[in-house]
Design a protein around this ligand. Sequence first.
Ligand code: UT7
Length: 341
Amino acid sequence: MTMKNRPHPRPSHPRRNAAIVGTGAYLPERVLTNAELEKMVDTTNDWIITRTGISERRIAAADEFTSDMGAAAARMAIAKAGISPTDIDLVILATSTPDTIFPSAACRIQHMIGATRAAAFDLQAACSGFLYGMIIAEQFIASHAHETVLVIGSEKLSSIVNWEDRNTCVLFGDGAGAAIMQAAPEGKRGLLATDMGSDGAQTDILHMPAGGCRMPITPEVLAQKKNSIHMSGKEVYRYAVGAMNASAERSLQLSGLSAADLQWVIPHQANLRIISSVTERLGVGMDRVILNLERYGNTSAACIPIALHESSESGKIKAGDNLLLVAFGGGLTWASAVLEW
Ligand code: UT7
């Protein structure tokens, strides 16, 4: 394949804006409701709704993997963008649940969708992964190194949830979203400003302890369910509100826009209370916030591209709208972007 790769020119052209030119999403069929969770752990529908805003989430089939969901979302984004898979120069898959630690699930997707010219890699920034991917894609496009980049967020979180832990199992779901990025077409400004950051001092408040070289899988590790999501919910909550707010403020300032100029905010869908604290601090009413966590829960890196796709398909988001995307996740990581749709 290498021989078919397009050479990377390093021309002295001025940087150009990148834009999303097509989106796609895939949600597995199986719906897991709060009522069903009431039968699995000591919880109630009322607790889950009032503390998180989540009513139901999707669960992938046993033989349906992160790469399958990512490829389905990618195919839709390719069709919406009106491009051919062979136009794609780079595939970036943001995920915390790759099919295998290596090779990357991005390489599987590259093959599944026939993006034969593309380089492909997985990106690990937990729930901020899609925005990290978008920001990386922007650099390749702005510098003229690439014309077309596919950015995907796909997660099978159900495979790393401890279904006996009520603190976490009610929160997460499976799904995928994708975006094709290219140079902003004539008359469109695309990405106006971005921000990303991380704080590695906080690795242990949201993590999966086992499964990497630090704690290989052994019968003891499996018995203790250390190969599943562990989270100090309250600490993550507090950090999330501050970090998302600061990042959003930075992107807004860099973009030259104010909160009043935004038609829509698309936040990471972890908890309705986190979202309302962040948007309240920004001075954006909930009537300008895109939400899907009620139906899908927290799908980590897939939340934002799924929300982008659904809200642009439904006509909520219109060409020319100013959007703020903002995310937060394990690492800890955070990222935001202001763009003209
Ligand atoms: O994607 C990125 C990362 N993740 C997040 O952003 C999640 C951030 N954190 C949160 O969203 C919230 O902290 C949670 C939703 C996880 C928890 O909400 P909380 O208001 O912070 O509750 P809490 O952890 O303080 O727990 C309050 C009580 C506890 O009982 P006691 O100690 O007061 O008796 C928990 O044991 O609620 C209990 N509890 C539950 N009760 C019923 C915890 N989980 C459940 C549950 N059902 N599922």
